[in-house]
Design a protein around this ligand. Structure first.
Ligand SMILES: *[C@@H]1O[C@H](CO)[C@@H](O)[C@H](O)[C@H]1NC(C)=O
Ligand SMILES: *[C@@H]1O[C@H](CO)[C@@H](O)[C@H](O)[C@H]1NC(C)=O
Ligand SMILES: *[C@@H]1O[C@H](CO)[C@@H](O)[C@H](O)[C@H]1NC(C)=O
Length: 326
């Protein structure tokens, strides 16, 4: 928790984006997923991610890269991008055939799924580091270290056999080494520079509270919604005076289509304890000003008189009506 707050603080502080050691590294990774239902049914999917932002995508039908943002091409030339596209086409077809040819000798079993996570990570001011991990059936299987394939402990003898096989392909090893050591670092640095405006833009959150009854009549479920903010780090808490009440729960960060985020934090509270509760939001876009919304503020101002008056009018009406009838 403390660590989380430290990293958050580092990101929230102006200028702390790159210099601070506590800032987590930024990853650029390709996720390549190959599923084989059986010998004749291979399916390949590919996408590229800058941390949690999808940048280029892969159209499996046409075998082309899709550029999802104006800066998704980094500073690569059209020619360089076409070469990469060709390389991925070769990877998908060659890899598919290789798996199909070796399924039995390597003791794979259908249906099988192979996931590749490859790319590079940038720590503040250091040269980006490349990585290439392969998972089989959802667990680590092998990875690329230095300039050869190394089995993961979880992969057992099966992974060892696969490494023995693919380590024979010197050309592929050289290509992979070049891609993660040279191409990827250049791509991610270019991407961060080209997308800087977009990546570091500050968008203020909107916040509101909703309530719903719970299973027990004397309790309330209050939900503080925070939406449309960028960047992702945000601090949302329920407060009762200066204390954080127990019973809060946080949802997952959900992405909006425009790259901003949505988050909810709920609070399960006894009805009589709900008075004076507030939801507080801190975010780098707010420049040190917090958003504070009080539960029931508007409700108590406007609805309670109405809630009292409406039955009263009804009651008077009824009394008058009965008087008339009798
Ligand atoms: C292979 O799997 C696909 C998808 O599950 C299925 O439609 C197809 O009939 C299977 N083919 C064979 C030869 O089993
Ligand atoms: C990687 O290669 C370097 C030099 O090429 C060597 O010094 C180092 O021990 C190697 N590391 C591993 C894990 O093989
Ligand atoms: C692209 O940007 C990277 C990182 O800023 C730089 O090293 C490289 O020289 C630039 N140009 C090309 C053509 O890659």
């Amino acid at each position: 928790m403390l660590f989380l707050q430290l990293t958050l603080l580092a990101v929230l502080l102006p200028g702390g984006y790159n210099e601070d050691k506590n800032v987590p590294p930024i990853f650029f990774r390709l996720l390549l997923i190959s599923s084989f239902a059986n010998q004749t049914w291979p399916q390949n999917q590919g996408s590229a991610w800058l941390d949690e932002l999808q940048t280029p995508g892969w159209d499996g039908e046409s075998g082309t890269i899709i550029f999802l943002r104006p800066w998704s091409k980094s500073n690569f030339s059209e020619e360089e991008l076409r070469d990469l596209e060709l390389l991925f086409q070769m990877y998908f077809t060659g890899f598919t055939r290789e798996v199909q040819d070796h399924v039995h000798t390597m003791q794979f079993e259908y249906p099988l799924e192979i996931q590749v996570s490859a790319g590079c990570e940038v720590h503040s001011n250091e040269t980006p580091q490349g990585f290439f991990h392969v998972a089989y059936g959802g667990t680590n299987f092998l990875s690329f270290q230095n300039s050869s394939w190394v089995p993961s402990p979880e992969g057992g003898s099966m992974a060892q056999n696969v490494c023995n096989l693919i380590n024979q392909y010197q050309g592929i090893r050289d290509t992979v080494r070049w891609l993660i050591r040279h191409t990827c670092p250049r791509f991610i640095l270019g991407l961060l520079a080209a997308g800087k405006m977009d990546l570091q833009r500050q968008v203020k959150p909107q916040a509101w509270i909703s309530s719903s009854p719970t299973a027990s009549l004397d309790r309330l479920l209050l939900v503080c919604h925070v939406n449309g903010f960028h960047p992702k780090p945000v601090w949302v808490v329920w407060m009762q005076g200066k204390q954080e009440p127990p019973g809060t729960k946080q949802g997952d960060f959900l992405p909006n289509a425009d790259g901003t985020w949505y988050l909810w934090v709920s609070l399960d509270v006894a009805r009589e304890d709900a008075v004076g509760l507030s939801c507080q939001v801190r975010h780098s876009s707010l420049g040190g000003q917090h958003i504070i919304i009080y539960w029931g503020h508007h409700v108590s101002m406007n609805l309670i008189p109405l809630a009292v008056i409406a039955p009263l009018i009804l009651l008077i009406g009824l009394v008058l009506w009965f008087k008339k009838r009798w």
